[in-house]
Design a protein around this ligand. Structure first.
Ligand code: FES
Ligand code: FES
Length: 161
């Protein structure tokens, strides 16, 4: 066992992990931050996306020890200070960008990273950016719409599907 320390959602945390412990397991099993999901074992689905030092990262594809000293953000840290949904979370709710909700934490974290890089992405830029996030329920359309709305773009012309 080795001690790992990092900042998660602005709070200093530490724990004893094995060398093989994945960051996704550290977040879920050690810190009980179970919003970060695990939907595959081949680094394809993106349900585990978190931010590590401001970058969107698949936490199933990184060892907890590799995040030692890092600044990590998860879905649990995304709401506004007063507990209300942030603009992306609210847009997913308003535009029905989720059904079962399993992909949603990863989608929201990827969307946040996208909007930081590209504050007004086009529909095709959003679709391309989300290539690493799979959803079994929505068919993606309303996720794209939600992200466009979160970026302040008019989505009135995009029909619901
Ligand atoms: S659980 Fe990480 S990509 Fe699927
Ligand atoms: S909402 Fe069910 S997997 Fe995306």
């Amino acid at each position: 066992m080795t001690q790992v320390s990092m900042t998660v959602n602005g709070k200093s945390v530490s724990g004893d992990v094995e060398g093989r412990t994945l960051l996704s397991s550290f977040l879920r099993d050690h810190l009980s931050l179970t919003g970060t999901h695990v939907g595959c074992d081949t680094a394809q689905c993106g349900a585990c996306v978190v931010h590590v030092n401001g970058e969107a990262v698949k936490s199933c594809n990184m060892l907890a020890l590799e995040a030692d000293g890092a600044d990590v953000g998860t879905i649990e840290g995304q709401a506004n200070q007063d507990g209300s949904l942030n603009v992306i979370q609210q847009a997913f709710q308003d535009h029905h960008g989720l059904q079962c909700g399993f992909c949603t934490p990863g989608m929201v974290m990827s969307a946040a990273a996208l909007l930081k890089e590209n504050p007004r992405p086009t529909e095709s830029e959003i679709r391309k950016y989300l290539e690493g996030n799979l959803c079994r329920c929505t068919g993606y359309h309303n996720i794209v719409k939600a992200i466009m709305a979160a970026s302040g773009q008019d989505v009135g012309h995009i029909a619901a599907e």
